[in-house]
Design a protein around this ligand. Structure first.
Ligand SMILES: *[C@@H]1O[C@H](CO)[C@@H](O)[C@H](O)[C@H]1NC(C)=O
Ligand SMILES: *[C@@H]1O[C@H](CO)[C@@H](O)[C@H](O)[C@H]1NC(C)=O
Ligand SMILES: *[C@@H]1O[C@H](CO)[C@@H](O)[C@H](O)[C@H]1NC(C)=O
Length: 207
């Protein structure tokens, strides 16, 4: 078998094995950090709606609680939190009756005045990633300092930082700080391999 058809076969298997009966949890607005009082919408995008996906979360106080029961307004597979609180910080995921679970996301909510808007989903190796450091009260973007794993990496005049062609070494714990306003919480940026690119499939398109 020639290498091209071998690759096709591998990609086909990968797609069959890993995309059937799966749900993908998405967060809107797309960010891993929020200010207290923000509106957040979470959605289980499902391939098989009959599986009955439920959104659940673990916080520091409660484990595996369901959206509609305790903390959100749900309709179908989406869940809205109209006023998010710091104690809503935690790990969120979708779970089906049969057991499989979706990707997990970490959300952090601060009562402070600075957040880092970083990707809530893992980023593909080779992609560009833009981080935004913003304050609750100032609409314009202020100069910000960005930190990775505790060390200053860049100071940016407009509060944006783009990491070009991310690689595994960019993975880590990020935070930012705006002089006179304070520091954001920290969030993980996770980088995943780009087999979808190899397979000629656009990872930003569902299905
Ligand atoms: C949520 O909490 C339960 C109970 O402590 C634990 O078994 C489970 O692994 C946690 N799930 C995640 C995604 O952290
Ligand atoms: C959640 O919010 C979205 C966007 O504002 C809206 O389209 C949707 O109907 C809301 N869903 C629920 C269950 O309130
Ligand atoms: C969530 O955050 C914890 C540490 O705060 C980290 O160990 C874990 O990998 C994160 N999970 C995801 C899905 O980002």
């Amino acid at each position: 078998m020639n290498p091209a058809s071998l690759q096709q076969l591998l990609c086909l298997n990968l797609l069959l094995c890993c995309t059937t009966n799966q749900a993908r949890l998405t967060v809107s607005p797309s960010s891993s950090q929020f200010f207290k009082g923000d509106f957040v919408s979470l959605s289980c995008e499902e391939d098989d709606s009959s599986a009955g996906w439920t959104l659940r979360r673990n916080t520091s106080k409660q484990q595996r609680t369901q959206c509609r029961a305790d903390w959100g307004t749900s309709a179908g597979s989406s869940c809205n939190i109209s006023y998010i609180y710091p104690w809503d910080s935690g790990v969120y995921w979708c779970e089906s009756r049969e057991g499989p679970i979706s990707n997990m996301v970490n959300l952090t909510v601060t009562g402070g005045s600075v957040i880092l808007q970083s990707p809530v989903l893992p980023v593909m190796e080779g992609d560009d990633v833009t981080l935004l450091c913003k304050t609750k009260t100032t609409p314009s973007n202020l100069p910000a300092a960005f930190y990775k794993d505790g060390s200053l990496i860049r100071k940016q005049p407009t509060g944006h930082m783009t990491i070009q062609h991310v690689s595994r070494s960019d993975e880590g714990l990020y935070k930012c700080d705006i002089s006179g306003h304070g520091e954001s919480p920290s969030s993980w940026i996770t980088v995943t391999g780009n087999y979808m690119h190899v397979c000629g499939k656009d990872p930003t398109q569902p299905g």
